[in-house]
Design a protein around this ligand. Structure first.
Ligand SMILES: [Zn+2]
Length: 487
């Protein structure tokens, strides 16, 4: 393709205008002409777009490139058009398929490194594009204020954006740029230290166990890695998730498991969903269906919300009712909670122990559903560099395959789903492996519910080391993971 069109929006005067951008790549002396932008910004836009494309690993088309921006007036934020200009050039040069940019508008500034940057005025530009009927709007990830509220694709950089668009429009051709790029949002290997947090995340992914991250430095980044450690959605889940997102009027096209991260200030209706005048508005628990629900600073959520999570956790669905009737929506998710050591948030907290205790006590209602609690540990400076997301995802897939084989013929897919009764019958541990639980159980230190969580995790630990059955060590380790003891 030598000609391509993209759309963006920017503030002109007092209102936002949808902007059409046309790029043409033709034979002739290498040249990059950009028309339609104010003189003062043309040069810097050209430089940013060229550097961003080169630094994203793409060849700059060494031909005559003409880009025309259809703007009759001077825009307030011209740099907002960067991403749309770059995508038009890449499509015109045949670097990305034309189908991948159809129906999508692009807003955001480019950094010289290819990163997508937030600029002022983005929210109203997104509004203007949504009003103009664009089905998808690509924006810098930093501009997402309320995840899941707009038909947006959020990307960290050009490469990430191209990858997401390629996934949405079908398999990439072998050797095409998008098949070489990193598919992950944040790679585990790029997160510094926190070996304890990463190990807990791996075990939690392998067995589908609910997780509490206690005092970890970057819990949101860890949670962001979880969907990439989990296997992609299968056909049945993919279509179910698609239906939920369609109800919420949100685009959902790739098979990455959803990650929903509602803020603690959200209302119960936002978290659990709402049915009003016959219309169904899925909440965060349903938008996280078959994926991950992450609550950062979990003790800050209303107690009614924390308590209310028990129902979907136990039944895998929510019930929404109004005077017209009731509806059941799927809400089977993996829960990840993050809590700081104290509500004061200071590193050298001097609050009274009773105060700290009250802070974590708010999670009591959920405690029996949490299988793994991990407390941040000082990093070992001699530790080997952490494994990449791809490496850990492969280990997780292998462990999950072992569990799926054992659970064949049951409705359960992961160890975290095994009912308590089955852990005492079909999936009973050897008597010796149960030894470490004997004393804590008799002394009342662990309840029957805790015992269930511990046995499930013991199976996952066995699966991760490719053992046929959990050993005494696995049970002991699972007990410590449940207690939140340092490993
Ligand atoms: Zn404190």
């Amino acid at each position: 393709m030598s000609h391509a069109v993209t759309y963006s929006a920017t503030l002109v005067g007092l209102s936002d205008r949808v902007v059409r951008i046309e790029a043409e790549v033709s034979a002739g002396l290498p040249e990059f002409r950009l028309t339609g932008l104010p003189m003062a910004t043309t040069g810097s836009t050209r430089d940013r777009v060229r550097a961003a494309i080169l630094n994203s690993g793409h060849a700059w088309p060494d031909r005559r490139i003409t880009v025309a921006v259809s703007l009759s007036e001077v825009p307030s934020y011209g740099c907002m058009l960067d991403v749309a200009i770059a995508m038009a050039i890449l499509a015109a040069a045949g670097v990305i398929p034309a189908a991948s940019i159809a129906h999508t508008a692009f807003v955001g500034e480019l950094g010289l490194d290819g990163g997508l940057r937030h600029v002022r005025g983005l929210p109203s530009a997104i509004e203007a594009l949504a009003a103009a009927g664009f089905r998808a709007i690509a924006v810098p990830v930093a501009s997402i204020e309320h995840p899941g509220q707009r038909p947006v694709i959020s990307a960290t950089c050009l490469t990430d954006l191209i990858e997401q668009l390629a996934r949405d429009t079908g398999p990439a051709e072998p050797g095409s740029p998008s098949s070489r790029t990193n598919a992950y949002h944040v790679d585990l290997a790029d997160l510094p230290g926190d070996q304890a947090g990463k190990r807990a995340l791996e075990i939690s992914a392998a067995g589908g166990h609910h997780l509490l991250l206690h005092g970890h430095p970057a819990p949101a980044a860890l949670a962001d890695c979880l969907p990439d450690l989990l296997p992609p959605l299968d056909a049945a889940d993919h279509s179910e998730v698609g239906e939920i997102y369609a109800l919420a009027n949100l685009p959902r096209r790739n098979r990455r498991r959803p990650l929903c991260t509602p803020h603690y200030s959200n209302t119960a209706a936002t978290i659990f969903g709402l049915r009003s005048h016959g219309r169904i508005h899925p909440g965060a628990v349903s938008l996280a269906h078959a994926g991950v629900l992450f609550l950062d600073d979990a003790p800050a959520y209303a107690l009614s919300i924390l308590d209310g999570l028990r129902l979907p956790l136990d039944t895998g669905e929510v019930i929404l009712a109004d005077s017209d009737g009731i509806v059941h929506l799927p809400a089977r998710f993996q829960l990840v909670l993050a809590a700081s050591a104290c509500s004061c948030g200071r590193e050298n907290c001097r609050c009274r122990p009773a105060h700290r205790h009250r802070h974590l006590n708010r999670l009591t209602a959920l405690r029996s559903r949490i299988a793994i609690t991990t407390t941040a540990q000082p990093d070992d400076p001699n530790a080997a560099p952490g494994a990449t997301t791809a490496t850990v995802a492969a280990r997780v897939a292998e462990a999950r395959a072992r569990a799926a084989y054992r659970l064949a013929g049951t409705p359960h897919r992961a160890n975290g789903d095994i009912p308590a009764l089955d852990l005492r019958t079909a999936h009973r541990l050897d008597p010796e492996a149960l030894d470490p639980l004997d004393l804590p159980l008799r002394s009342g230190k662990i309840t029957f519910a805790a015992m269930t969580q511990i046995l499930r995790v013991a199976w996952t630990l066995a699966d991760l080391r490719a053992a046929a059955r959990p050993s005494k060590d696995d049970t002991h380790h699972a007990l410590r993971l449940w207690q939140g003891a340092p490993l």
